[in-house]
Write a protein that binds this ligand. Sequence first.
Ligand code: DGJ
Length: 745
Amino acid sequence: MKDRSKTKWGLIACAFLVSTGLCASTVVAQTAPATTQYDASSRVFRIDAADSTYVLGINENGQLQTLYWGKRLSANDPFPAAKATSGGGFDLSTSNTPQEFVSWGGGLTVEPDLKITFPDGNRDVVLKYVSHHIDGNTLSVIMKDISREVYVTLEYQPDAETGILRRSATIENRTDAPFTIEQVAAGTWNLPHGTDYRLRYLTGGWAAEWNLQEQSIHPGKTILESRRGTTGAQNNPWFAIDHNVSTDQDEGSVWFGALGWSGSWQIAIEQDMKQQVRVTGGPNAFDFGYLLKKGEKFTTPYFYGGYSAHGIGGASRLLHRFEIDSLLPHHPTPKLRPVLYNSWEATGFDVNEPGQMALAEKAANLGVERFVMDDGWFGGRKNDHAGLGDWYVNPQKFPHGLKPLIDKVHSLNMDFGLWVEPEMVNPDSDLYRKHPDWVLNFPGRPRTEGRNQLVLNLARPDVRAYVYGFLDKLLKENDISFLKWDYNRNWSEPGWPAVPQDQEKNVYVDFTRNFYSILAELRQNHPNVEIESCSGGGSRVDLGVMQYTDEVWPSDNTDAYDRLQIQNGFSYPYTPGVMMAWVTESPTWVNNRTLSLEYRFLSSMQGSLGIGANLNKWTPEELTKATQMVAQYKSIRETVQRGELYRLITPENNSEQSVTETVSRDGKQAVTFAFLHSSTEYSSFPRIFLRGLDENAMYSAHAFAGKLAGDTPAQASGAYWMHHGLDLDLRGDFQAAAFTLTRSN
Ligand code: DGJ
């Protein structure tokens, strides 16, 4: 996380310009310095970063209490000392007080951040403030149980550019015996008191990920979670809360957060009896257990949170910027995504040397920069019943190894990528026949298969060594630039019989930690290799895995119309700069829908463009069109992958239209994509009002797909495009258009 401070004058100047509508797109970039301060007289901590302020204080009971989370306040604004909320009726003060991190004990009834069972059966933990330190702008607050030597260090690290706060908790066992952590969270976010809140979150399933849901927050609790062993698609670990009244994408206060964890996780959104909304997030408490031995520490995953005064659109833009500038490998300048070709939808498991070479030649002619061979190249892999775990090149399909294909790909000026699914094994494999004990299992119980495969227990040191070892060897022996790391099932029977019973549940944490450590070690030893996180589509996308991977695969659903909805949902937490989007066949295997090649390209060009079709079937006209679209994409990709995204019309609620606009960081280019499902009667496409432009600058418009209305001026001011707007000549079924605005002064 960066702490690059900008001038105060930038903020003040921008605040003025925003009020006049002139500075919307630069509001994030020009920020006052980030500061973290402690006022000893009131025992209040104050963290200011970018456009937000976060205040917490130590109350008279020694509890750490949230005092403010929201828009940046004046440096001189007062913050009186924290005062615990009184109890009443059945409810004790400890539950009513909006605490930053609260353990189960002392009669607590709200969602805890920590629950421990000690060996003597005691399960009561009550934490009080002990000390703190501030290092740069990172605040660490140390709490301790009232009698036992259990310490908790809460860490708050602000990001100067976006105001996003990274929180974690470290539990330390200084008692003289082990104890079991039964539930743990990074912390709790407390919102201002209120009753009119709305929660946004994401739901989905295979080939149907990233559906945005909205619901009013009522007394009670909503749990977003995965019990699947990994992130899952049923929910994604992200939330956003705003006031029910806001309807504009870019207006109003939004509090949002995301968990950086690729194991089973939970985020509890709770409105308590005092109408306090609390959001608590960490590993899933269901079936959780972590034995913490004497002298050991346990640090939670990071829970990131932020505030936007510019609506849900502003919240997304902050997250996108944070991911690119402060989170992804090679931040703050991660490489732009190359245009890639992937063989999966073209050849399935039927990969071989001549077939892949022929596809590579065609892909290179289109301007593709990376050729990726997907599943099927290894072991006895003919279909999804066999081979996973046996990571040697299949001698029938590639009699001379991978080298001839890789050399061919390089000779075509592309780099080479390969599919792997390292954590899995088919029972029909040499690896499983040799090591049946390496999978997650409960002895004597059935081993439930998913896609005919079992999950290797990556928490085991020998499995970790095997997985790292084969990947390292593969990368050492072959000139591979990219791994597509896949993961195609949920956990079942999550037993770890090789360790003592009281440590078996450590698997939930140790598996994920080893997954991360393998990625980190591979990156360190093969710094030029890029990695994609794929999980049968978008089932492992989160801020944890994104620290180690360069891109993610959002969905196996590559239907270009369905993708509008999928990509829209994805973009709420995650940047289109990592969102791979392939152009595939029409009609598509997903739903038999037929779409024009241009429509398919435009849909994919909203993210990181790839091609996944069988190019042997494309006509010369289609290949020519594709070549043009790839070239066009390269001229806008920096804007699409790095810019500020505005959702002008969302495809939500079965909207007939969908329009996105992305403004480049330097403000010189804006790219707009517009899609029409179907028009009826004589109705026209709604007028498009751009956002994020400089009102006084001049921009020239150019449609590179579809047509602007005949009366559209060739050039006009930012004010004109934003307030007068422009019309598209878009009618019919499954039509699309796209245009750029290029700043000329
Ligand atoms: C699931 C992935 O999402 C697909 O893209 C493809 O790689 C298959 N697995 C291969 O088995």
